[in-house]
Design a protein around this ligand. Sequence first.
Ligand SMILES: [Zn+2]
Length: 355
Amino acid sequence: MSNNNKRNNRNNGSRSQRRLALALLLLLILGAFWFLETDNPTISSIRDSFLSEESGGQNGSSEAGDAEAQETQTDGTSQAVSSPDPAALPEYNGSHYAKINGNVPAFPDEVYARAGLVSENGKWKTEGSKSGRIDSSRLVPYEYYGELDSLGRCTVAYGCLGEETMPAEGVDRGDISRIHPSGWAKGQNWERCHLIAWALSDENANERNLVTGTHYMNHDGMRPLEEEVEHYIWNTGNHVLYMARPFFSGKELVPRGVQMTVWSCEDQGKGMSFNVYCFNVTPGAEINYVNGVVTTAEQAEQEARLYVVNTRSGVFHYPSCDGAKSIYKKNRMEVTATRKELTDQGYIPCGYCEP
Ligand SMILES: [Zn+2]
C-alpha cells in the first residue's frame, strides 16, 4: 500500500466518524423536538409539570395535574399558555362542567400582579393596604386577551373585572358575526362563545375572546356562571379575578372545553370562588374537533359504515371492538350498512362498543 493510499484510508475513517457524530447530533435534536411536541400523555404531563414548576405558584396551590401551566416570558407579558395534559382533564359524565383543583381558583401570578395585588403571609392585599385588606380604590380593573397561537386558536383571557369593565347601561351588544373562531364550520350549529362574557367585558368582535362552542357549553354551561358573576358585581360593587381559557387536544381547532376560574377580591373569595371546566360537547352528537363537523345521533343512524356481525349471536360491533375480533371465522360477517338497517333486520348492537 502506498503512502497516498494510507492517507486516504485515514481520511475516509475520520470522515465517516464525523458523519456518525453528525448523525447522532441530529438524532439528539430530533429527540428534543419530539419530547416537546409529542402527544404522548406521559411525556406531555412530564413536560407540563416541568413548565408549571418553572412558572411557580405564588399561592402555593399548584399541585400536579391542576391544569396550571403558564409560560411567562422574560419581559413579563404572558404568551402562549401551554395546553395541559388532556389525560388530566375531567371526563364528560353528563354534567355541564366539572370542578378542577378541588374547585379552588389558581391563577398565574401575573393575574394578581396586574390587579395590584401582592401576597403577604399567604394572604392577598392591595399594594399599600393593611395586611389582608383588599381595597376597591387600590385595585386595578383590567382585561387581558392572549394572542392567538400559530394555529389561530384563542389562548387565554383574564382580568380583574368590575363595574368599570362592564358595558354601560343602555349599551347594546355589537355584531360578532364576522368573526370565525378556529374550527368554525358552517351549518353545524356552532356558537361564537365569549371567553369573558360581553356583559362582563363589553368585548364584542374580539377574535382573541371568541371560541367555537356548542349551545350546550355556551348557553347552558358557561352562561349561568357568568350571570352569577354579573349579579355579584352589581350587588356588591366588588371586583373579581377572572380567567377563561380553552383547552385544545393536540392540533385540534375546536376546544374540548373551557376552564373558568373566578375569585372575588374585596372579600377574599367569600362571595365568589370557583374553578371549573365546561365541556364543549352536545350530548348524543359526535364532534370532530379537528374540522368542526358535528354528526348528530340521527345522522349517525343513517350513515352507512362497516360493521362486524356475529351471525350466531346476532350482535353487531364496530370493527375495532375486542368482541368483534374474537368472533369465530364461520360466524363472522363484515357488512357495510346503516345502523338502522341492521337493527331493522333484528341485529343487536354490542353493549360494549355501542355501535
Ligand atoms: Zn362490540
